[in-house]
Design a protein around this ligand. Structure first.
Ligand SMILES: [Zn+2]
Length: 361
């Protein structure tokens, strides 16, 4: 699969998505053999179908390592060092385990999933020799943003004593959203940057002072020692971005945020997107580049006075579909896959909805 440049013609210099080199995955994504993987049964009947689906879509044939994930299990896959990935039915959650407890990036979509993650952490801990055994109790939950599939396990972990940390806008946005019990809101917030020292790791949280990207509170989490970056939904591997005018979303903010985040990392960094397969710096920047190109095309059409209907007929996002239309998620039992029409509608609405949704430079 080749990538596109700004005018949509193939350009071999650009990265492609969902095509992380097999060797890279092998090296960094220590899936182990299936029999050695930590499996936890979740007592939620819907998980079987959901998990099978996400595994089938997350790991496209080109990426498949021959790992057959069974339904009804939540895996804590060791990525590098003491960092683990939960590639859930929707959002990716990440755990950093240490002697004094565990830190989690995003809490999953609901309490059942959170409980499954906790069981998988317990199992990961107990497989280690007693002297080096990490404490699986989740002490800190760091939120990448406010969306339900990233914060749904807050209550589960907060009740067990975890502190919920997020950029200050996340708390405000969750309050504005209404209906959120106070005990699941972040209790610790920061403005632009927070550095935590936890489990022998330097954990850097950065929020870029940009007037809206995916939301108004997007945070990237960088494990400096392990060299792993969690992007939240600023980067979706295999999907068009999700934009919502009410959240202040705009593509230019997403692009600028990803470029700022790229300054933190290098070519060896493992990049964990908000959804989709693990990735790297090159692909993350390629995603930003292609989205910038699409955004400029669509906003250019809007500026020339084209109504939405005509833009949809012109179908400017169609040629990007091979790169942004491959990941399928499951939301409340329904498949969700981004498509060219939806992203054009989203860009249109957000561009019309706010002055900050302008073209990227
Ligand atoms: Zn989101």
């Amino acid at each position: 699969m080749t990538a596109l440049h700004a005018s949509g013609k193939p350009d071999a210099r650009l990265p492609t998505f969902n095509t992380v080199p097999r060797e890279f995955i092998r090296k960094v994504f220590v899936f182990e053999e299936e029999e050695k993987a930590v499996k936890v049964t979740v007592m939620n009947p819907s998980f079987g179908a959901i998990f099978t689906l996400i595994v089938a879509t997350l790991f496209s044939p080109g990426l498949c390592l021959g790992l057959q994930m069974k339904p009804d299990v939540i895996y804590a896959s060791n990525i590098r060092g003491n960092v683990y990935l939960f590639a859930g039915p929707m959002a990716n959650c990440v755990a950093l385990m240490g002697k004094d407890g565990t830190l989690l990036v995003d809490s999953g979509e609901d309490a059942a999933y959170a409980e499954g993650m906790q069981k998988a952490l317990n199992a990961r801990s107990s497989e280690k020799p007693r002297e080096t055994r990490p404490d699986p109790a989740v002490r800190l939950v760091l939120l990448t943003h406010k969306h339900f599939d990233h914060v749904g396990g807050n209550e589960f972990f907060a009740k067990k004593g975890a502190t919920i940390v997020a950029q200050e806008n996340v708390r405000t946005e969750m309050l504005d959203g209404g209906g959120v019990p106070s005990d699941v809101l972040p209790t610790t917030s920061f403005k632009e940057e927070l550095v935590l020292h936890f489990a022998d790791e330097e954990v850097v949280l950065q929020h870029y002072d940009i007037d809206g990207a995916h939301t108004r509170g997007d945070t990237v989490v960088f494990f400096r020692k392990a060299n792993i970056l969690c992007t939240g939904d600023l980067f979706l591997n295999g999907m068009f971005p999700h934009l919502d005018a009410r959240d202040g979303s705009n593509v230019s903010g997403i692009v600028r945020s990803l470029r700022r985040a790229a300054a933190l990392i290098n070519d060896q960094t493992i990049v964990i997107p908000g959804h989709g397969a693990i990735s790297n710096k090159k692909e993350m920047l390629g995603y930003a580049f292609l989205m910038e190109s699409l955004n400029n095309t669509v906003t250019g059409m809007i500026d020339r006075g084209m109504p939405l209907e005509k833009i949809l007929v012109a179908n400017p996002a169609k040629e990007f579909e091979p790169y942004f239309g491959t990941l399928k998620l499951t939301m409340f039992g329904n498949d969700y896959q981004s498509d060219p029409d939806t992203i054009v509608r989203m860009i249109f609405q957000c561009y019309k909805g706010g002055a900050s949704s302008g073209k990227t430079k």
